[in-house]
Design a protein around this ligand. Structure first.
Ligand code: BDR
Ligand code: CA
Length: 314
């Protein structure tokens, strides 16, 4: 299996992404979860990461706590989407498993130095603070990363936190700039893709029909998460953003995209955190990312439901 580290700010959609990865041990070996501040403050995201691991039956999963604020800015959170805990919806148990001692950034650096070069993929599902801090502190790890597959940015679909920017990139644009300029092989799942992966009623009913605790939790999470997009945009359901990252690793044929240049706006207040994506190749700037544009949503949800049925692990 391919070795991955999931860097995350759970978040109901982060939770589903983590469950999908843990349900796919033949293809993916999750070396650890690194929590970062984003949707909610760090003390909640690291707690949520443990709750999700326990729900999946992965009680030995290494979970590390990381950066509690962006590199240079004040933290912006998204309780208006995810609720006060970040995982609002179902009643959740207190986690019993402990955090691993040490900082997430040290775990990232040590793991990348220890594992054979080119064998560890990073999957950031939140602001890029932990990843950028690791790259700044240990520039030698850049060439050791196999790939970064991240949820962030937007092109045609533009913003969900400002008119120009997607949340993960907006929260820590300086960190995003470091990652996009790192020379590491990048795959980017922007809002253009995730807004096609909507949790419609039949899709959520299918989670519930699994008849398991995981199925029920995922259904209740997505029910809660939906109200934001339904109320605000009249959308048919909520975009299941972060699971698309894991889905791309499992079934890349469900997606299509283009290798293009993507730069991050860090100067302008008006368009802060915008992913300036050269989709039409109108500049001679070298491509630095595979920027996805489309997904087969039916296929995605069918496979997601099939995988979630395998949880909890025994
Ligand atoms: C991203 O922001 C968060 O609210 C979600 O978890 C996702 O990672 C979507 O913009
Ligand atoms: Ca997230």
């Amino acid at each position: 299996p391919r070795k991955i580290i999931i860097d995350t700010d759970p978040g109901q959609d982060d939770a589903v992404a983590i469950l999908l990865a843990l349900a796919s041990p033949d293809e993916l070996e999750v070396l650890g979860l690194t929590a970062v501040a984003g949707n909610v403050p760090l003390r909640l995201t690291e707690r949520n990461a443990r709750i999700i691991s326990e729900l999946a039956g992965a009680v030995d999963m290494p979970v590390y706590s990381g950066c509690d604020a962006p590199l240079r800015r004040k933290l912006v959170t998204a309780e208006h989407v995810h609720g006060k805990t970040g995982l609002d919806g179902p009643q959740l148990p207190e986690p019993t498993m402990a955090l691993r001692p040490g900082h997430a950034v040290d775990f990232l650096i040590e793991t990348l130095r220890r594992e054979p070069s080119g064998t560890v993929t990073l999957c950031p599902l939140g602001p890029l603070t932990n990843i950028a801090t690791a790259l700044q502190r240990a520039p030698d790890i850049a060439e050791r990363v196999q790939q970064i597959v991240l949820m962030g940015g937007a092109y045609f679909e533009v913003g969900n936190i400002t008119p120009a920017a997607e949340f993960n990139i907006f929260v820590d644009p300086e960190a995003a700039k470091i990652v996009f300029g790192s020379g590491i092989d990048l795959v980017v799942v922007p809002l253009d893709v995730t807004h096609k992966a909507l949790t419609t009623k039949p899709r959520v009913d299918a989670f519930r029909a699994l008849g398991t605790e995981v199925g029920r939790m995922v259904a209740e999470w997505t029910d809660f998460f939906e109200r934001f997009d339904k109320d605000k945009y009249g959308s048919a359901g909520a975009p299941l953003h972060d699971p698309c990252v894991i889905a791309w690793l499992l079934w890349p044929d469900l997606f299509s995209g283009r290798r293009i240049n993507v730069e991050i706006e860090t100067g302008s207040d008006l368009t802060l955190g915008m992913t300036v994506a050269d989709w039409w190749h109108v500049t001679d700037r070298a491509p630095n990312a595979l920027f996805l544009g489309d997904v087969d949503a039916e296929g995605l949800f069918a496979l997601l439901t099939e995988r979630l049925a395998r949880l909890p692990l025994r």
